[in-house]
Each structure stands twice: as C-alpha cells, then as structure tokens.
Design a protein around this ligand. Structure first.
Ligand SMILES: *Cc1c(COP(=O)(O)O)cnc(C)c1O
Length: 374
C-alpha cells in the first residue's frame, strides 16, 4: 500500500543544528554558534528548568490538572475566559487545531509569501488548499490591508504574522480590523504573534475582546508560543486565543492531553518569570539594532528577535558562514532567495556573527573584483 497522494506536500525545513553541522564538517560542536531558528540565547527561564526537573517523578500520570492550571494562568494573563485558550504542542499544534476546527475539505487558506511554511502545510494536512498574498521586499514587506485584500478570494482562513517571519515587519491593529471587516463573515483572520513579546505592537487579543476602542468580534484568533521569548522551544508549547463564541470547538478537535505534563509545568513556571522575558527582549532589541548598524548589507527593520539581510548568493554565504562557525538561516526555503535571517544572539554572539558576515561579504566582493579584473 501507499500513503495518499502527498505530491503537494513539502517537508518542513528547520534551521540547521550545531550537532548536525559540526558532524558534517568534522568539527567540534563548541566552535559553533547557532543563530538559525530564533531560539532564546539565554536558554529557558531558570524557574522553568527547575520545574522540568521536578516534574520528572510525576510523568507517569496524564497531564490533567496541570493542563487546567496552565490554561487558567494563560487566560489570566490575557484576561480572557479559560475556554478561549487552546493549549497545543507548540504554536504549530495550535495552527493544526485551527485548521481542524475551521476548514472543510477543499477550502483554502491565504498565507503570506515569503512566510512561515507551516500555515500551508497544516492546511494541506487537513485537506485544504493554499493561496498566497505577496509581501513586497521593495516596500520593506509592508503589511497593509491592500496587500492582503487584493489577493483575497473568499479563503476560509487568512494568516497574518506580526512580527512577520522572516522580515520582522508588523501590522497595525486597525489594519487587521479592516481585513477582518472586508473579508467574508465565514473567514477567520489568524494573527500569529509568535514574536509578539519582542515588538512594540499591541496584541490582536484587543480585537476579539473589544478593548482599546475596537468592537468585539468573532472572526479573529491570535497565536502565541512559549518557544521564542520564553525559551521553551524544546518542550513544544503554544496556544491560540479564540473568540468566546466558538471556543468550545476545542474539545472536539484537540488531541487528548494537547500539551505534555512537562510542557505544562515548564509553562506555568515560565509565565511568571517576567524577569527572564524582559532580559530576553532587551537582548533582542540591542542585538537587532547592532546588526542593522554594523552589517555591511541591507538589513530590514525588525520587531522580532532576528533580522533579515540581503547578501546576494545566500546559500553560498550561509555555507561560508558555517565554515566560520556561525549558523544562520538561508531564506531560499521561505521563498526569499538572496537573503539570510540571523537570530539575535547574546552580545558576544551578535558581534561574532556581524564580523563573520562582513568578512564573508568582503571576501566575496574581492573575488568578484578579481574575476572582473582578469
Ligand atoms: C516559531 C514560530 C511559530 C511557532 O513555533 P512553535 O515552536 O511551534 O511554537 C509560529 N509562527 C511563526 C511565524 C514562528 O516563527
């Protein structure tokens, strides 16, 4: 037998890991820094690491009360009803729950290009189709109602990413409101705020809840994750906040015990560790400012914990950077050839990355000159 026709499906290309690269190049892992997956350079919250250790003895039980406790804690943080919090195995898991709850077979989703690959993958897993709106690099990947609405053709879900991965651009809440107003009643606008903590933009939770002068609405959902600012990418924990009107759909679509005991305990500890998040955000802000100022390449303004830089032949540049021990993300798989995305590291990591990128680019321009001279 064979699986169903998966020819439209593509595998997710994750950022490369230190072990993987070190093994391939036959080098010591300690020579490398990884700035390829927007992970937290300060690691997890120490309180979360303790909670994970303490949870070891109780993992023989299904996560029932901790799941409830974390749901309540997240609901508290956002001042929403616990039923509106859909915990999941990472933000990616929350995307799957939204696909399951919203998409009928054959319905489409509208996603940004360049953009986060999992929106389309999840839609296809759930027998849906994918259409794209283009964020123009010459317009600094500006996210306006027009960019989205001019491509919109009745799709069931419209994905907005703010801050946007991989460019770092954001979208104003008034623009989200206009998109939600001008799309069909049956269209859900999902605002992916995976990098929300790093940005100077208000959360779209205000739109669902009718706060800050917006009318409450039932066609916007918000996505959040513990993977980035909270430093818990390895435990896989994220959530959607959905309108109260249809929040009860969660019970019908979720995987039993959507987040593990370890993830829930870690999340409970991390959500109270404001100091760790504040430190993480401060590091990202100074790192992205430093990279914009010192990289000898076009660097787009970013509100995330990463910057996008135009470097020419990105695949070769990323390989040469690897030789110098710096792992970055070649953005070809995002539909953005010619660019690399560099995660904001610690001060030392950031300086090392800038030095390496500038050295690689300088080497390449000399090579080009030599070729021209010859
Ligand atoms: C990292 C990321 C997510 C969620 O990642 P998880 O690790 O599954 O929580 C969602 N959207 C974007 C744009 C991301 O970059």
């Amino acid at each position: 037998m064979q699986p169903r026709d998966l020819s439209d499906h593509v595998a997710y290309e994750a950022g490369r890991g230190i072990e993987e690269v070190a093994r391939e190049l036959g080098r010591d892992p300690s020579e490398f820094i990884k700035l390829a997956s927007n992970e937290n350079p300060h690691g997890p919250s120490p309180a979360a690491a303790d909670a994970i250790r303490e949870a070891a003895g109780s993992v023989s039980s299904y996560p029932k009360s901790t799941h409830t406790d974390l749901t309540d804690a997240v609901a508290d943080r956002w001042a929403v009803d616990p039923a509106q919090v859909w915990l999941a195995n990472g933000g990616d898991g929350a995307i799957d729950y939204l696909s399951r709850a919203i998409l009928e077979p054959g319905e489409d989703v509208l996603v940004p290009s360049p953009g986060f690959a999992y929106y389309g993958m999840s839609a296809r897993f759930h027998h849906g189709g994918v259409r794209e709106y283009v964020l123009d690099r010459e317009a600094d990947f500006a996210q306006t109602p027009e960019t989205v609405l001019s491509a919109y053709d009745g799709e069931r879900i419209v994905y907005l990413t703010s801050p946007h991965n991989p460019s770092g651009s954001t979208i104003e809440l008034a623009a989200v409101e206009r998109i939600a107003d001008e799309t069909d009643e049956d269209t859900l606008v999902v605002v992916d705020e995976a990098y929300g903590e790093f940005a100077d933009v208000d959360s779209a939770v205000a739109l669902l809840e009718g706060r800050d002068g917006f009318d409450a609405r039932d066609d916007v959902a918000v996505l959040r994750t513990f993977s980035k600012a909270y430093g818990l990418a390895g435990v896989r924990l994220g959530y959607a906040i959905v309108p109260a009107e249809w929040a009860d759909a969660y019970a019908r679509v979720n995987t039993p015990f959507a987040a593990s005991e370890i993830a829930c305990r870690a999340g409970l500890a991390a959500i109270d560790d404001d100091e760790h998040v504040e430190r993480t955000v401060a590091t990202a802000r100074s790192s992205r400012a430093y990279m914009r100022e010192h990289l000898d390449a076009r660097v787009w303004p970013s509100e995330g914990n990463f910057v996008l830089a135009a470097v020419g032949d990105a695949t070769t540049v990323a390989e040469e950077l690897q030789q110098r021990g710096v792992i970055v993300r070649d953005c070809s798989s995002f539909g953005l050839p010619g660019c690399i995305r560099i995660t904001c590291g610690t001060e030392a990591e950031t300086e090392r990355a800038v030095e390496a990128v500038n050295a690689v680019l300088a080497g390449r321009s000399t090579e080009r000159e030599e070729v021209t001279d010859a």
